[in-house]
Design a protein. Structure first.
Length: 463
């Protein structure tokens, strides 16, 4: 893959239904300025993590890099746990994306079964992943491009409406509006109409909205010239995320009264409808469908590379490390797709039990991955210092060390504290702790079993 593929893969993994649909909820809870502030803090966290990941990925460009870094600098048990958590995170995401794609199609085909469409999209994403890495990267490039064009158009049109260059036919409340609305909505009911606390409660939602940027680290091992492509992708991805997310939130907050923002209707649709744009609902439905397919495409790719990488390290059966003529790990893709399908079935038949547990466990996986990346960056620099290796030998040197990884760890821990103190989110911690313990127990229990049987085998040969 090339640099343009890597950048769009990272954007494709992040820009999805969280921005197109859930952003209205963030504005409603935190208020206009509070929502922008929450996304700004989230952007700082993402940037810090990506700088650390950029340095590690250029120095050690492995496919499925997260657990390999953890294996080298922290320990094999942590590496195994991180990989399983991240795999589960994307497997559950696959289930939700395929479900969403089927439901979105019902807008145009109301009498059809959503599961028929889900099955069709599963087949499409599977084919894109199974043929070649370049085909996957090319498909993701165009999927993400559609989203980027839609967001840029939204921001440009929104700014023209804000300054009065485009008149509104009825903004949000349905009343006719003339003149430039400006930025009055930001302070109409005070800077923080619901108080400052909701900024922190929505920060967790914002952090999860940015999850997916770390896919750059997974794809680095299959990228041409990672020393050039990875740093470029890191900086351009973060810059574009800041522009797209904060720019979009700013436009929404300026044009839609915060009390009217929510999750019932996409704020993108509300803004387009306010200027009398025809077919706003259909246009955004198509864009969100593209976003869903893009996320599913990235999800299956990441899942399969995690399985392949674990198999190469003999943490999973080595048969899963086999690749076809094009270098695609077909068995790992099949296992990952099966995991997504099982999660999909659990969302239908056991939504209140099995699927709820899967969602809770996978919900915090991104934060744990980000913490591990930052810790590995610190330990990597410590190793270089111990060996007396000059930092000038690095293909890419992250600026601001050690402040950058330390700040990332602090913000991630703060987000975990928010989960623990929020009654509606606390179940994530309750589910996560025993699952993590089970991963460690499984790994070290299996290693003990292997060592014992290896010793028995050696004793048998010696006897």
């Amino acid at each position: 893959m090339e640099s343009r593929h890597l950048t769009m893969i990272s954007l494709g993994g992040v820009i999805g239904t969280g921005l197109f649909l859930s952003s209205g909820h963030t504005i409603h809870e935190a208020g206009p300025f509070g929502a922008v502030l929450a996304y700004a803090i989230g952007s700082v966290l993402v940037y810090c993590v990506m700088l650390s990941l950029g340095e590690l990925s250029v120095a050690m460009p492995y496919a499925g890099s997260f657990h390999l870094y953890a294996n080298r600098f922290i320990g094999p048990g942590t590496a195994f746990t991180i990989a399983i958590l991240y795999w589960l995170n994307w497997a559950v995401a696959l289930a939700s994306e395929f479900t969403a794609a089927g439901l979105l199609m019902q807008r145009w085909f109301p009498d059809s079964s959503p599961w028929v469409w889900s099955a069709l999209f599963i087949a499409v994403v599977f084919v894109l992943n199974i043929l070649s890495v370049r085909l996957y990267g090319e498909a993701e490039f165009w999927f993400a491009s559609i989203k980027v064009v839609a967001i840029v158009a939204f921001i440009v049109i929104g700014v023209l409406v804000i300054v009065g260059a485009i008149p509104r036919s009825g903004a949000g409340s349905g009343s006719a509006t003339t003149g430039a609305p400006g930025l009055g909505n930001f302070w109409a009911d005070g800077w923080f109409p619901n108080g400052f606390a909701p900024v922190f409660s929505t920060l967790l939602t914002v952090v999860f909205a940015f999850s997916g940027t770390e896919v750059i680290g997974v794809a680095a091992g299959e990228t041409k010239d990672p020393g050039t492509a990875v740093p470029k992708a890191v900086h351009t991805t973060v810059l574009r995320l800041v522009i797209f997310f904060i720019g979009s939130i700013g436009v929404m907050a300026a044009l839609i009264p915060w009390k009217e923002s929510g999750v019932d209707t996409s704020p993108f649709v509300l803004v387009f409808q306010s200027i009398g744009m025809p077919f706003a609902g259909d246009i955004m439905n198509a864009v969100v469908l593209t976003a869903v397919l893009s996320a599913a495409n990235s999800g299956l790719y990441v899942c399969s590379r995690m399985v392949w990488s674990l198999a190469k390290e003999r943490m999973l059966p080595t048969a899963l490390a086999k690749t076809n003529y094009h270098g695609v790990p077909v068995p790992a893709v099949l296992v990952s797709l099966a995991g997504g399908l099982l999660a999909l079935l659990s969302s239908v038949f056991a939504a209140d039990t099995v699927y709820l547990a899967l969602v809770s466990v996978s919900g915090l996986a991104t934060l744990l991955v980000w913490i591990s990346v930052s810790v590995c960056h610190i330990l990597f620099r410590r190793e270089l210092h111990a060996k007396g290796t000059s930092l000038d030998t690095l293909g890419y040197r992250a600026p601001g060390f050690p402040f950058v990884p330390v700040l990332a760890i602090a913000l991630c821990v703060f987000a975990l504290v928010l989960v623990a103190v929020d009654p509606s989110q606390r179940s994530m911690i309750v589910m996560m702790v025993p699952f993590v313990a089970a991963c460690y127990a499984f790994y070290y229990g299996r290693e003990a079993w292997r060592r014992r049987h290896a010793k028995e085998h050696d004793d048998f040969l010696a006897g």
